[in-house]
Ligand binder design. Sequence first.
Ligand SMILES: Cc1ncc(COP(=O)(O)O)c(C=O)c1O
Length: 449
Amino acid sequence: MHSTPATLAADRAHVLHALHHPSAYSSTRTWVRGSGAIITDDTGREYIDGLAGLWCVNVGHGRTELAQAAFAQMSQLAYHSTYAGSTNRPAIALAEKLSTLTHPSINTFFFTSGGAEATESSIKTARFFWKASGFPDKVKIISRRRAYHGLTLAAMSATGLGAFWPMFEPRVPGFVHIDAPDPYRFVNDNADVTVGVSAGNQLEDAIAREGADTVAAFIAEPIQGAGGVIVPPSDYFARVREICDRYGVLLIADEVITGFGRTGRWFGLEHYAIAPDIMQFAKGITSGYVPMGGMGVSDRVREALDSVPPSKRWMHAYTYSGHPTCAAVALTNIQILENERLIERAAVSGRRLLSRLHSLESVDGVGHVRGQGLIAAVEVVADKHTKESYPADVGLSHRLTEALLERGLYTRVVLDCICLAPPLTIDDALLDRAVDIIGETIPQVLRGL
Ligand SMILES: Cc1ncc(COP(=O)(O)O)c(C=O)c1O
C-alpha cells in the first residue's frame, strides 16, 4: 500500500531523521519489506539492497530464526541489567562465543547498543588503561581522515569526515588526525618506502609531535567504510602495530562494519595478521535485527581493569549493556553465519564482485575500483589522469544515489564513491545486476551534468 500524503506529512512533521535537512524529504521512500538481498517499498517496487541497510544486514532480510530467538528470549526475560553483580545467560554465552572467534588475546567483552557507544567505550577504556598503569597523561586519540567512528561527541571527534563537525563544534579536545592509507590518493613523499609504510609512518610523526607520553590510542577501521571504502595496502597495519608497540600506544580496531564476515574473514584485521588491544563491533553482530555493539579487550587491558582498587573502578555502563534479547539474537545470527558458511561465501562472492567491478574501469569517469570480500567501492572522478573530483556544487553523490535507486539499486554514495556492501547471502545474479546498474548509471549521470 502506498504511503498516503498524510503519512508522509506526519513523517515530515514528527520524525527527525538521521542527517536531517528539509530538502531531503522530496524523494522519501517508505520501506515495508525485506527478503534476502531485496527490499521493497510501499509501492511494491523491489530494489537490490546494495548496502545491507547501513552495512549491517549480513545474513539478509526476513530471517524468521532471528525473530524467533528474540521472541523466545523476550518471553522468558526480555531485559535485565548487567551492572556488576548481575548477569544473564545469553550475554555470557555470547561473550564466550566471541572469545573463540576473535584474536586469541581478546577474551573479555563489553556490550553496547551500537557503534558510537562502542567507540566511546574503547576510548574511555584506553584512557583508563593508562591511568591504571600509572600514565595519567596518556589521553589523546589519533585517528584518520575519512574515518567514521560514530556521532556521539567523542566518536564524532575521532571521525575524520569534516562535514560532520562544523555545526556541532567545538570537538572534544585531544583528537588528532593523520591521512588515510588510500592507495589511490595517498601522496607518498618518501620514495624509499611503500605507500603502506609511509602512511603508517604518519602515525609515528603524529606521536612525536604530540608527545608519546600524551597519546592513549590509535583508532582505525581495518577497511574505512563510510569514508568511501578505503582498503589499506597490505603492509600498513604491520607498520602501525610496530609503531604502537614502540611508543606505548594502544591499537583500537573499529570492526563495526568489517566484523562478522563482511570482508571474507570473521574480522577485517585478520587480513593484516596483527592483533589489536581493543576491538569494537556492532552492526553485523545482530545483522541489524536488534541494536547491539560492543568491544573486546586484550588480556593485558583486562588485567589493568582488574588491577585498581574499588574506588577507581571502571565507572562505565549503559542501561542496555549485555541486553539479553539482543545477545540471544546475536548468538543465533552467529550460528547462521557459521551454519551457512557465509564468511567463506563473502570471500568467494567478493572476488566475483571485484572482478566485475574492475571491468568498469574503462567506463568514463570511473577513477578507481577497490574492495575486499563483500565491501567495495567505485570512485567517480572528473579527470581520470589527474584524479580530480567534480566540484562539490555539482552534487554528484546525490545524483548518483538517486539514479541508482531509479534503476533499482539502493546504496550510499559518499565523496563520489559508490559503496557496495550487500547482504553476504546475495546470489551471483543479483550481484552482477548491481554491477550492471552501476555501469549504466555512471555514464547516464555524467552526461546529464
Ligand atoms: C566503523 C564504524 N564505527 C562506528 C560507527 C557508528 O555506529 P552507530 O551508527 O551504530 O553508532 C559506524 C557506523 O556506520 C561505523 O561504520
